[in-house]
Design a protein around this ligand. Structure first.
Ligand code: CTP
Ligand code: C5P
Length: 379
């Protein structure tokens, strides 16, 4: 049997909350998939997450759907246990479990991977620095707390998204209170499909902010994908999105939004910083057959013109109603409504992680007679 055939038979297990699924989650699943041939992802219920770390922003149904749409995922197991068991791995015939190099603990402070670690069925991949659910919640809380009082200087900071936003600085998590995400061409290549449309393909083009990539976007992209064979998504620049959405939008910057959209299995190509108005140039360059927009309102361009004038003139513009009314603003509203719960959740999580790290470092120094401990060694 060839090396590739052998690798293809390896079944990999991952699990987590996957709340407000972001490209950090997608990147961990990409790395996990590369360790085998089939990737099975267990997603915890709302009840389990509330018990161990606080209420999730998205419901379990929304989280299951979002994980299913990540292009490296072969199967989703709904309601996977918070502490990964060997029985679960056996049930889905998985060879080992993969997790990022951060520590995940239960409400009682127990490592959720202790069983698979002791059985030698645990592998680790690098966590993507600079993005986490906790951090995104922090950015949104900042929006509610400070935004309307902000002067120009602070406004720039808010749009920069690299500062430690919205969380208790005395209890920063060593994992989620992480450094700024550094976008590289390598990361874009890893996330890209690498495909070009075939001459016979019907090319579909959509454009938007796709900020805090959510189930509303997902349902829309699924509908757009069904309109043809090759789906291109144009992403507007941060300045453009801020022009038509106002406030502190976008919550995620252009680089982050590119990776979130590229991780979606319906998307073949992304235009990074697409023109707000769909131009004849753009349509001819990509051989676009149909341009779609969802059921949400269409904001005018800076000169008050309709951004879809050209595709409308060419009779290839279509409104798609996916039936899902979720918007980025709805997510921000959910966070605002549960602001105190989330603040408490963030600070509790960070304190718990710090305690677990100190305990692991102590154990490590007793065993080795020194106190040098890396994150990977701990996790
Ligand atoms: N993960 C990652 N890089 C990130 C965030 C998450 O590799 N920036 C990985 C975690 O290590 C884990 C998986 O994604 O293997 C699922 O993570 P999850 O349980 O959803 O937790 P977090 O995203 O870390 O969320 P929170 O900040 O609320 O803990
Ligand atoms: O608002 P945003 O620019 O992120 O939307 C990108 C695209 O997704 C738009 O075409 C919008 O109409 C569509 N969408 C949708 N249903 C939602 C949210 C967005 O069809 N619930």
């Amino acid at each position: 049997m060839g090396e590739n055939t052998e690798k293809n038979q390896i079944r990999v297990w991952c699990d987590g909350c996957y709340d407000m699924v972001h490209f950090g989650h997608a990147n961990s699943l990409r790395q996990a998939k590369a360790l085998g041939g089939v990737l099975i992802v267990g997603v915890h219920t709302d009840e389990e997450i509330s018990k161990h770390k606080g209420p999730p922003v998205f419901t379990q149904e929304e989280r299951y759907k979002m994980v299913r749409a990540i292009k490296w995922v072969d199967q989703v197991v709904e309601g996977a246990p918070y502490v990964t068991t060997l029985e679960t791995l056996d049930k889905y015939q998985c060879d080992f479990c993969v997790h990022g190099d951060d520590i995940t603990v239960t409400a009682e402070g127990i490592d959720t991977y202790h069983l698979v670690k002791s059985a030698g069925k645990y592998r680790e991949v690098s966590r993507t620095a600079g993005v986490s659910t906790t951090d995104l919640v922090g950015r949104m809380l900042l929006l509610t707390r400070e935004h309307f009082k902000r002067g120009d200087k602070e406004y720039t900071v808010a749009l920069d998204h690299s500062s430690n936003l919205g969380t208790d600085s005395t209890a920063r998590s060593p994992y989620t209170g992480c450094s700024q995400f550094l976008p590289t061409t390598q990361k874009i290549i890893q996330f890209s499909s690498g495909l070009s449309p075939k001459p016979t393909d019907r090319v579909v083009y959509v454009a938007g902010a796709f900020d805090l990539f959510h189930v509303g976007h997902l349902d829309f992209l699924e509908a757009a994908h069904a309109q043809g064979d090759f789906l291109i998504v144009g992403l507007h620049t941060d300045l453009e999105v801020n022009r038509y959405k106002g406030s502190n939008y976008p919550i995620m910057n252009l680089h982050e939004r590119v990776l979130s959209v590229l991780a979606c299995k319906y998307v073949h190509e992304v235009v990074i910083g697409a023109p707000y108005s769909v131009t004849a140039d753009l349509m001819d360059h990509f051989n676009v057959d149909v341009v779609c927009h969802g059921a949400t309102p269409i904001a005018l361009d800076a000169d008050s013109s309709d951004p879809y004038t050209v595709p409308k003139e060419r009779s290839c513009f279509k409104i798609l109603n996916s039936g899902n009314t979720m918007t980025t603003e709805d997510i921000v509203q959910r966070i605002i409504c549960h602001r105190l719960e989330f603040e408490e959740r963030n600070s509790k999580k960070e304190k718990k992680e710090n305690i677990a790290i100190k305990a692991a470092a102590k154990k490590h120094s007793t065993q080795n007679g020194d106190c040098k401990t890396t994150k990977s060694e701990i996790a």
